[in-house]
Ligand binder design. Structure first.
Ligand code: T5A
Ligand code: NA
Length: 210
């Protein structure tokens, strides 16, 4: 376990939600907002499709390759593990990370396929714990109406319904549940207020946890 120090550091802020819940839109707005206030901040996303593991994931999601459910689960997790040390370095050197999907996606999407919760969570143990998680809450039917469900593997209403149920048991004290059906600007304002508190707490030396 890292961190009983009181060093100033960046915050680990995660956005979660169903496909089309608005994570990417809000992540980039948060980035612009924090940059505007002069903070050091980066936007990350998982899967990170730029690595070798990420390319295997991308190929799976676009139905160009097939993988056993357990195998793809472990690849998603490995894709987070391969970024862990850089993540820790960034945070410790004062950069806030806005992360579009993280371990909760890993667990929710795989347990929606029927894999056991505990099995799904095990490979996530030891990754850095988010300081704040925004769950963009939307009914699967509403998300599907936003259109643009493409050809990717999980973009089917029936499956998204299961994912939604799986997410509901995952929330913990770091979560803020936000109504994702509001206008984009209203959601943006709510996230801004909450994120600032979190960034300040981390600057004051809130310990980084696994
Ligand atoms: N996955 C991921 C796993 O199974 N395991 C894992 O460990 C991880 C990390 C990856 C897939 O992999 C799965 C989950 C996913 O199925 P992705 O590349 O992250 O997929 O893609 P998505 O998250 O599905 O990205 P989307 O683009 O579908 O959704 P976003 O980012 O939530 O939504 P966004 O911002 O792009 O908005 C979607 C549309 O809605 C509009 C936007 O303009 C856009 O057209 N919109 C709104 N409309 C009305 N009101 C609002 N408030 C709106 N906000 C956005
Ligand atoms: Na997205």
């Amino acid at each position: 376990v890292s961190g009983c120090n009181s060093e100033s550091r960046g915050a680990l802020v995660v956005l979660e939600g169903l496909d089309r819940s608005g994570k990417t839109s809000q992540s980039s707005r948060l980035l612009t907002y924090l940059e505007g206030l002069g903070h050091s901040v980066e936007l990350w996303r998982f899967p990170d499709r730029s690595t070798n593991v990420g390319q295997m994931i991308s190929s799976y999601l676009s139905n160009k390759s097939q993988l056993d459910d357990h195998t793809i689960h472990l690849l998603f997790s490995a894709n987070r593990w391969e970024k862990r040390s850089l993540m820790e370095t960034k945070l410790k050197t004062g950069t806030t990370l806005i992360v579009d999907r993280y371990s909760y996606s890993g667990v929710a999407f795989s347990s929606a396929k029927g894999l056991g919760d505990e099995w799904c969570k095990a490979p996530e143990i030891g990754l850095l714990a988010p300081d704040l998680v925004f769950y963009l809450d939307i009914q699967p039917e509403k998300a599907a109406e936003r259109g643009g469900y493409g050809d990717e593997k999980y973009e089917r209403l029936e499956f998204q319904r299961k994912v939604s149920q799986c997410y509901q048991v995952l929330h913990d004290a770091s979560w803020k549940i936000v109504d994702a059906c509001q206008p984009i600007e209203d959601i943006e304002k709510q996230l801004q207020e909450l994120v600032l508190e979190c960034v300040m707490a981390c600057q004051k030396g809130k310990p980084l946890a696994n």
